[in-house]
Unconditional design. Sequence first.
Length: 453
Amino acid sequence: MTKILADKILTSAGWQESITVEINADGHIGKLRADTKEYDHRVGCLLPAPVNAHSHSFQRAMSGLTEYRGPNPKDSFWTWRKLMFKFLKKLDPDIVEAITAFVQMEMLEAGFSTNVEFHYLHHSESGKPYDDIAEMSQRIISAADQSGIGLTLLPVFYQYGGCDLRPLEDGQKRFGNNLDQFQELFQNVTKSLEASPSDTYLGLAPHSLRAVNPKDLIKLVSLAKENPIHMHLAEQVAEVDEVKEFLGARPVEWVLENLDISNQWCMIHCTQMDPHEVKMLAKTQAIAGLCPITESSLGDGIFEGTNWMANNGNIAIGSDSNIRISLSEELRTLEYSQRLRDRSRAALANSHQSTGRRLFEEICKGGAQAAGRKTGFIKEGYLADLLALDTRHIDLEQHKKDTLLDSYIFSGDDRMISDVWSAGRHLVKNGEHVSRTEITKAYRKATKKLTEF
């Protein structure tokens, strides 16, 4: 058993002071005691560590390589996408494993306990499957073994190049499977995870309405059973137009009419929704998986956060392209986007929670749901996914309760994070991952030639 004494702590019952949290050998939280005599670690402020609900780990190695304009005077998501396809040609399983371990390390240092990996890079450069069709998925699992992060792996089903069911482009061939191939891949991953830590989970992800035959979505839901299902939805204007042309309805309208959407689902981005769609989708209790830094980078648009949360919609946060992995900045960007659009302040606060407190608690709860993981609260029986802030930091030392979170999110950054535990594994100490040297060395070696593409 490990005991952590927290001077300040945000529990499921609210803020408390001088509480000792016991972590059992199985990685779950035991008792919370008002006993400060015996402890293994002492921290200034202890919080639940959120889930990173959406990640394409390999894209981390593209960071900084696409910030220029090509021959098209109007650069967009679609021109960025072509560069991403070109970048893929250089990646092999060893490189992907090294990148992923590095990304997961950065997630932990940023305060995330869990990586929900939306994994669609399945095959060799030619599109031919590896001898084990789940080879690339195995590398994500191996990376998690190195980093120690909690993992929810989402193998992605990707069939077509568009809603008209056109063949995949050259750059997409590494993603593609028919339904039989995907079922084999999914079964292989299921078997592989039997040897992983008990807090490793499996879901699946139809990539988008553009990339999957609508008839096969029902079969995927059956394959998922009760596990999480994630899908990109309503991210780009061109996507909305294409879905409307070929499927006869806007993306959100189509899924609500044709699928049984529930809290099992996490819809990624949803930056192109009309007000009536916000209200209808929020009612299903599906998660809106938001990635504000990436959505800003790619010009996706602004999520209707105020309307969504006014309708009791659930949210989670992800780092998506991983060009910048920062929990505080994701939340700050989400809130500031609402203020800029509406010319307001404290847009996502409510009458009893500050902006930072409400955002933080909502993503902890929603991220747990999106990951299929018993986490999100500091509460007996929940996984010990914990984040400690260093209250000696000059911008935190005078603050209490909600203002601690507000100062961290709106004035601070990752340097305020002192420690992170994932299922009781103490992986970040004094702000640094315990295996940073080894993981960084492997990343440097693997990515040495990736800047030229």
